[in-house]
Design a protein around this ligand. Structure first.
Ligand code: 4NP
Length: 148
């Protein structure tokens, strides 16, 4: 799960998918990272943690990190939150095998209203995080259905 800062959208996607994977007892490795390095080592944004906690999912175990080329070998699927993330991760790829793993998260949801998960970081309240939660809840359901 990849976004820009790895403190808002991708930690929520990571937490949601991890939660569902554990509930189903699937042996999947889930992780997240940012394309940028500004927040490396930080906890998720307080608003992201609060939104998730209200749904019964703890993401306080996560620490932000920056995506690296070897992630594109280690993981089978690389989900990016928006088109800017897509371009940045594609630029990091060094072979066609890596490139073909990279896809927009919302591509998993047929007829999704928005194909990009909007960045909630600069919003003044929690409503952006609620919207992100709803979108990622739907998308991670589809990921489970597809690969379980
Ligand atoms: P994220 O949100 O990419 O969903 O983690 C952001 C977090 C931080 C910044 C931008 C987006 N920032 O500019 O610091």
């Amino acid at each position: 799960m990849v976004c820009l800062g790895n403190i808002c959208r991708s930690p929520m996607a990571h937490g949601l998918l991890q939660h569902k994977v554990e509930k189903l007892g699937l042996a999947w490795e889930v992780d997240s990272a940012g394309t940028g390095n500004w927040h490396v080592g930080e906890l998720p944004d307080k608003r992201a943690m609060a939104t998730m906690k209200a749904k019964g999912i703890d993401i306080s175990y996560q620490n932000a990190r920056q995506i690296k080329n070897s992630d594109l070998d280690k993981y089978d699927v690389i989900y990016v939150m928006d088109i800017s993330n897509l371009a940045n991760v594609q630029r990091l790829a060094t072979n066609p095998q890596q490139l073909q793993k990279i896809t927009l998260m919302m591509n998993e949801v047929p007829n999704a209203e928005l194909k990009e998960v909007p960045d909630p970081y600069f919003g003044t309240d929690n409503s952006g995080f609620e919207q992100v939660y709803k979108m990622l809840d739907a998308a991670t359901d589809k990921v489970i259905e597809k690969y379980k």
